[in-house]
Design a protein around this ligand. Structure first.
Ligand SMILES: Nc1ncnc2c1ncn2[C@@H]1O[C@H](COP(=O)(O)OP(=O)(O)OP(=O)(O)O)[C@@H](O)[C@H]1O
Length: 384
């Protein structure tokens, strides 16, 4: 069965209770106000007329500033909130990494909480029983199995929540901002498991402010503003829209939904995946991919080192169907292999970790810094 999510004109209204502004300054007046002045109930709209569709294979980024409605939308997709109106169809089993303490009870033991949380996630006790040991082992809490949950540290509770939530592979994965309360050893384990779960999911929906993470992981995006859908499209144009909105905010402008459409200036981005020595002194081969936000294919590369600029004398196009699929491009010719001569330098490590690789429409106009992959950065850091 294929997985998909379809939201059709979803609205979400929630009740809020507001207390009248109190004027009393004496303790007697305050006491009476607090005791008899009942709060006024009203409804506010948290999500307003949201429509989008996500199909199998999609990785959707939810973008927007603080309070835009990202977590609320994830909760609606996870059925924590029922939309007030509109129609939501979610086909496929859902795994939500939203609230790590969902279903936990402080008075119950760690073992009991595995069942409580698992059942809150819709898993059966018979399924959970054989999983208990591996969940405890992953969380590093074997020695706490019969302790009450409230005696655990907040990091330990987070580890337990994460271990239970990710113990099963689901079709759809909903994730809020990366939960980072563990120590470095646990975070390394957690990252590995997350990558495997994301890889095994048919659909991933991720709300985050981490642009690099979203760009690397997602192929589609939606931008929310004030609970409304400001933009929906591929990840490139969605990020552009988001950056445009943030720039307006920094300039103290009031954002309207109409303003949120991406600005016409194209931006170039890409990744450097390899830098190796070529045949000849000072010749380097630089491999990677780059695109611009208008979907055009830039073809210029330059290296910048110690204030000097070394322009690529040849840039060969390389087919990259993986990047095309990931970013939803119309062509796969976004990869490149550039030859650059840097006089007096023999090995990549001598280029140094301050090296910047710049992309542009032509090598003479290359001024957009491209991201250097971790493995390449490590090579540049190597000492001879
Ligand atoms: N249960 C609720 N009752 C009243 N208001 C709420 C409720 N839940 C969320 N809100 C409000 O809805 C708005 C959107 O909140 P939400 O948590 O979805 O934002 P967000 O985009 O995830 O923000 P952030 O980037 O800060 O995490 C906020 O103004 C928040 O105060």
């Amino acid at each position: 069965m294929s997985a998909f999510i379809r939201a059709d004109r979803i609205n979400l209204d929630v009740p809020i209770f507001l207390q009248r502004e109190r004027e009393a300054t004496g303790w007697g007046g305050m006491f009476l106000g607090a005791a008899f002045d009942t709060p006024k109930r009203s409804l506010i709209r948290l999500l307003d007329d949201i429509s989008f569709e996500i199909r199998e294979g999609d990785r959707l980024a939810i973008l927007g500033r603080n309070g835009a409605g990202k977590s609320t939308l994830l909760r609606v997709l996870n059925r924590v909130y029922q939309p007030t109106s509109g129609e939501l169809t979610v086909q496929g089993s859902c795994q939500a990494l939203l609230n790590m303490s969902l279903g936990f009870s402080g008075e119950a033991t760690v073992r009991e909480n595995i069942f409580l949380r698992g059942i809150a996630m819709g898993l059966k006790a018979a399924f959970l029983r054989p999983q208990v040991e591996s969940i405890l082992e992953f969380a590093g809490l074997e020695h706490k199995v019969n302790h009450r949950l409230r005696t655990l540290s907040s990091g330990q509770k987070m580890r337990l929540g994460f271990a239970i939530s990710t113990s099963v592979q689901h079709d759809i994965m909903l994730m809020d901002e990366w939960v980072g309360a563990g120590d470095s050893e646990f975070m390394a384990k957690a990252k590995e498991r997350m990558q495997s779960r994301v890889g095994g999911s048919k659909i991933v929906v991720l709300a985050s402010h981490s642009v690099g993470l979203l760009r690397d992981m997602c192929n589609k995006g939606i931008v929310l503003e004030g609970g409304k859908l400001a933009y929906a499209g591929d990840i490139t144009s969605s990020l552009k829209c988001y950056h445009g909105m943030m720039a307006q905010l920094r300039a103290n402008k009031v954002i309207t939904i109409e303003d949120a459409a991406p600005s016409p200036a194209a931006q170039i981005y890409g990744v450097i995946e390899e830098i190796r020595q070529g045949d000849g002194d000072g010749l380097f081969l630089v491999k990677g991919w780059m695109v611009d936000t208008e979907g055009a294919l830039p073809s210029g590369i330059a290296l910048e080192m110690d204030g000097h600029r070394y322009v690529a004398h040849a840039v060969e196009r390389v087919r990259r169907p993986d990047v095309m699929r990931h970013l939803g491009l119309h062509t796969d010719e976004c990869g490149f292999l550039a030859s650059v001569h840097v006089s007096g330098v023999l090995r990549p490590s001598q280029l140094g970790e301050q090296l910047r690789v710049l992309g542009g429409s032509s090598s003479d106009h290359a001024d957009a810094p491209l991201r250097i992959a971790a493995a390449v950065a490590a090579t540049l850091r190597e000492t001879d």
